[in-house]
Design a protein around this ligand. Structure first.
Ligand SMILES: Nc1ncnc2c1ncn2[C@@H]1O[C@H](COP(=O)(O)OP(=O)(O)OP(=O)(O)O)[C@@H](O)[C@H]1O
Ligand SMILES: [Mg+2]
Length: 395
């Protein structure tokens, strides 16, 4: 067995193969510190709330942190900021350890292979990802795994571009960062991150409208649509403006980072956008439109979104772990590992793919997974469940 793990600024997810496909377990990467009291003790003992007690303080972590923060009128805190362990948060490491243990469980055998996502170094901030990566690595080793980092953008390629020989541009729009990777037959030719994502949009929109950030986040996550038709001067209007600004910034940086020498002549590739920030309706159309505005030395066949954007990175990490684990066996291959929606891209007509229903958004669900191969032909050996999404027709 092998496992995949996505350690994100807002969400931590594990992916494990099971008899029906892939099982995902998810927790919010946040916690709240409350004073120990009889009331707190009662609430904690009555449920399976994830928590630790330290002297007269109790730390409630994961999905329950927000509920407890509301009840006890406290702010939630986050172990990570802008894609890496927060240097401002003294409790970051023990908290992230607790959440990770809950999400990933114990190793099935000593030294079980586990690939965990790690961001590329950001081009617009002088932070290094090395400390973050090495800290997670030793934490996971202590838990009994044989951990290996996988670049977040590359995990997107493994997860979403199996049917294109792991060739294309994968972009993960997360909370703290945007990770970008251009891959050619499973070899990354460009990878970088930008220290902006959903958190940045929320903060800017909150500042512009004088609204608390938490309120902006919940409006954005509830029913926000990128249609630019309504709410001039309101919160949704501000969200649209900063969404657009983020996309401009991302495409400008893609254009600046891609090196003509690294790209095959006449390269024509699909782009996949994923991550929680890519969720609003209209996102991939807007990204496709912005890509048309920049000069890049390769052409884009289409811009695709995925049905379950929170799961892409964890799924890709598992694909990589399984591929490494079974590297002495022939790799199982699949035409696609997850459903994608496609939008008209630049310089060529859109290839429309049909997709079945998406995986659920609950904290645990199953879907199919495939392993990478750099061969050009592929046979579909993946198993699917009723919850799994698979790609349908071509072009
Ligand atoms: N329906 C939605 N509409 C808009 N944004 C959403 C929606 N659901 C979640 N988000 C945003 O997606 C982000 C979380 O996405 P994701 O889980 O991919 O990030 P992460 O992996 O935790 O972060 P990172 O990769 O940057 O470290 C948050 O900014 C969250 O507010
Ligand atoms: Mg992420």
């Amino acid at each position: 067995m092998a496992k995949g793990l996505d350690v994100g600024t807002m969400n931590i997810l594990s992916s494990t193969p099971d008899e029906t496909g892939t099982k995902f377990v998810q927790q919010r990467n946040s916690f709240v510190e409350i004073e120990y009291s009889d009331m707190a003790e009662q609430m904690l003992s009555r449920s399976d709330v994830l928590h630790i007690r330290k002297d007269d303080k109790v730390y409630v972590v994961g999905d329950d942190a927000l509920n407890f923060a509301n009840i006890f009128n406290k702010e939630t805190r986050r172990p990570m900021e802008q894609g890496i362990l927060s240097s401002e948060e003294a409790s970051a490491i023990p908290m992230i350890k607790l959440i990770t243990e809950q999400v990933v469980g114990t190793a099935n055998q000593p030294g079980e292979k586990l690939f965990f996502s790690s961001p590329a170094d950001p081009i617009d901030s002088d932070v290094s990802t090395l400390y973050h990566q090495k800290t997670l690595e030793s934490m996971l080793s202590e838990m009994g795994f044989d951990p290996e980092p996988i670049n977040e953008g590359m995990a997107v390629i493994y997860s979403e571009l199996a049917d294109n020989n792991f060739t294309g541009l994968g972009v993960s729009f997360g909370a703290g960062m945007t990770n970008i990777c251009l891959s050619y037959y499973a070899v990354p030719v460009m990878k970088f991150s930008i220290a902006r994502g959903g958190d940045w949009i929320d903060k800017q929109a909150a500042q512009a409208t004088g609204t608390p950030v938490d309120k902006v986040t919940s409006i954005k996550e509830d029913d926000f649509v990128l249609d630019f038709r309504t709410d001039v001067g309101g919160i949704e209007g501000a969200l649209s403006i900063y969404y657009e600004n983020l996309l401009d910034y991302v495409v400008e940086n893609i254009a600046a980072q891609v090196d003509e020498g690294d790209v095959e002549e006449e390269l024509d590739v699909p782009v996949v956008v994923t991550g929680g920030t890519s969720r609003p309706d209209g996102f991939e159309e807007l990204f496709a439109k912005h890509l048309e505005d920049v000069e890049i030395p390769f052409s884009i066949s289409d811009v695709q979104s995925v049905d379950d954007p929170l799961y892409s990175v964890a799924r890709g990490a598992l694909v990589a772990a399984r591929s490494e684990e079974g590297s002495d066996e022939p790799a199982a291959q699949s035409t696609s590992s997850s459903g994608t929606r496609s939008s008209s891209g630049k310089r060529s007509s859109a290839s429309k793919r049909s997709s079945s229903t998406s995986t659920s958004t609950s904290s645990s669900s199953t879907s199919s997974t495939s392993t990478p191969s750099t061969n050009s032909s592929s046979a579909d050996n993946s198993t699917s469940t009723s919850e799994s999404a698979s790609s349908g027709g071509e072009d």
